[in-house]
Design a protein around this ligand. Structure first.
Ligand SMILES: *[C@@H]1O[C@H](CO)[C@@H](O)[C@H](O)[C@H]1NC(C)=O
Ligand SMILES: CC(=O)N[C@H]1CO[C@H](CO)[C@@H](O)[C@@H]1O
Length: 507
């Protein structure tokens, strides 16, 4: 009897390890972290850098930021980049995703004047990563448009795509010998809907009727121009990849009623379909249901044309297929139901065009950010949907992370729970054959969280923003993430022995 118990324990243990072995991340799966220039760099006007729309907004309307803080210094990565790379080595990262500030490279936004100090900074930063075998993933645009270009209409100017293409050329020429993965834009929804269609990001245009839509079209065309430039003039000699990152949270119907199904579909199209469909779908152009709805509403509202500027057939063909991978920023999920007049939105607006409401389940773990909860298996739900819709693209999760409140909260068990749940959801993707190739945790370090200032913290490393040296200290989650990267599986037993980081051999 005893022997039987021992034997079955042995069998159970082996079975356990067999199961665990199957649930491993492949060795070539890229684990990294992600950041954005304005949120960490500081040096807002250092060495010839031009003003961006964020510099302009925080200096002219400081009240819009919680705590009236700004990113003038932020984590001061401009002076601390070597420490940041040291943290990457401590974590054992394969890759690091960061963005370049357009106005650090081109102070006025136009390519006639290149700032040598800006080029030098990014060269040093990249070379420091490469010294330790950390692959740089470069985002060309993470929300910090040169203010001079905003004064000319920014993303709503029809010449925007040419300005972006010129900037992209400078980036490819200067860094493409060492950078093998470029991301043109980070999160079109946040750029267009939040920045142009509402007031929750710079430049706060609140052009609810048309801002989102004009921006969406010009952004997608600008992306395609940069992609085609890379493809035609740089890929052969540089051998890298170029793609785009779109924020794709999961929006499922609250009930199985046809009304809620329709509502959820329109919401998905309004959230990310208008940016993804022109690039990744077989037919190109904007998604049909949303586009029909906007046309119908626009006619009712007395517009001569749809507020959504449609693509010509030629433009559709130009944009279609212009991404080597689908970069997904994914954080959470919402349940969507038909609005039926329960909530009123400004008319006309994207919200009114979608006319549907969404909410999170009360039982889902809550973060410090109102929009962010731990929704079950939502990475899998989002990616399996995208995979079917867009013919099985290669995916990278280019952001995913959890916020806590400011304060020296180094024991961040909720963040650990979130990251572990994300790992399980990604393993579900891999088990299902989804082409997911990498994961960038948001974020390496605490940073300027846009309108939330320094109140919401996303870092694996805590930053002391009172300290002129901006000291970085690892949170418990940093040790857990390091352990996952090293083992390529999630070890639920793991507890860090100390809170002191060291660099493992080979990093
Ligand atoms: C934005 O515009 C809408 C009308 O489209 C208006 O209801 C709302 O108050 C405006 N918001 C701000 C902050 O100005
Ligand atoms: C844009 C829009 O109206 N979307 C949908 C919201 O939900 C209702 C269901 O009641 C649909 O009929 C709408 O089409």
């Amino acid at each position: 009897m005893k022997l039987l118990v021992v034997l079955s324990l042995v069998v159970a243990a082996c079975y356990g390890s067999v199961v665990r072995q199957q649930r491993r991340f492949p060795d070539d799966f890229l684990f990294g972290t992600a950041t954005a220039a304005y949120q960490i760099e500081g040096g807002w006007d250092a060495d010839g850098k031009g003003e961006s729309i964020w510099d302009y907004m925080v200096h002219n309307t400081p009240d819009v930021i919680r705590g009236k803080t700004n990113g003038d210094i932020a984590g001061d990565t401009y002076n601390n980049y070597k420490r940041d790379v040291e943290m990457m080595r401590e974590l054992g990262l394969d890759a690091y995703r960061f963005s370049m500030a357009w106005s650090r490279i081109l102070p006025t936004g136009m390519a006639n004047e290149v700032n040598p100090a800006g080029i030098e900074f990014y060269n040093n930063y990249i070379d420091e990563m490469l010294k330790y075998n950390i692959q740089p993933l470069v985002t060309l645009y993470h929300w910090d448009l040169p203010q001079k270009l905003q004064e000319l209409g920014g993303f709503t100017n029809p010449l925007f795509s040419d300005w972006f293409e010129d900037y992209a050329r400078v980036v490819f020429e200067n860094f493409g010998d060492r950078v093998k993965m470029f991301i043109t834009f980070n999160e079109p929804r946040e750029i267009c809907f939040e920045g142009y269609g509402s007031t929750t990001k710079a430049p706060r245009l609140n052009s609810t009727a048309v801002g989102t839509y004009i921006c969406a079209k010009n952004l997608v065309v600008a992306h395609a121009k940069a992609y085609r430039l890379y493809d035609q003039e740089f890929r052969a000699k540089q051998g890298g990849q170029c793609g785009i990152t779109i924020s794709v949270n999961w929006f499922g119907p609250a009930t199985e009623t046809p009304e809620d199904e329709v509502a959820a579909e329109l919401r998905r199209q309004g959230e990310w379909g208008i940016y993804a469909h022109p690039i990744f779908s077989a037919e190109g152009g904007f998604p049909k249901e949303l586009s029909d709805k906007i046309a119908e509403n626009s006619a009712k509202q007395g517009y001569a044309k749809s507020r959504l500027p449609e693509f010509t057939e030629e433009e559709k063909a130009f944009v279609r297929g212009t991404s080597d991978f689908f970069g997904v920023n994914h954080y959470t999920a919402f349940m969507v139901s038909a609005n039926d007049g329960k909530t009123s939105f400004p008319v006309p607006s994207l919200q009114d065009d979608m006319d549907n409401i969404s909410f999170a389940d009360d039982d889902w773990l809550k973060s410090a950010s109102a929009w962010l909860t731990l929704a079950p298996n939502s990475i899998y739900k989002a990616l399996s949907h995208l995979r079917t819709l867009y013919n099985d693209p290669i995916f990278y999760l280019t952001e995913n992370g959890w916020s806590t409140y400011e304060g020296r909260d180094l024991i961040d068990d909720d963040r650990i729970e979130y990251y572990r749940a994300s790992m399980e959801s990604m393993l579900n993707c891999l088990d299902d054959g989804i082409n997911l190739k990498g994961y960038m945790a948001w974020s390496l370090l605490d940073n300027f969280e846009w309108m939330e200032g320094y109140i919401e913290r996303f870092g694996l490393y805590e930053v002391d923003f009172e300290d002129p040296a901006r000291k970085r200290t690892p949170r418990k989650s940093a040790f857990v993430y390091k352990n996952i990267i090293k083992n390529r599986f999630v070890d639920y037993e793991y507890e860090p022995e100390t809170m002191t980081m060291t660099i493992d051999e080979g990093h």
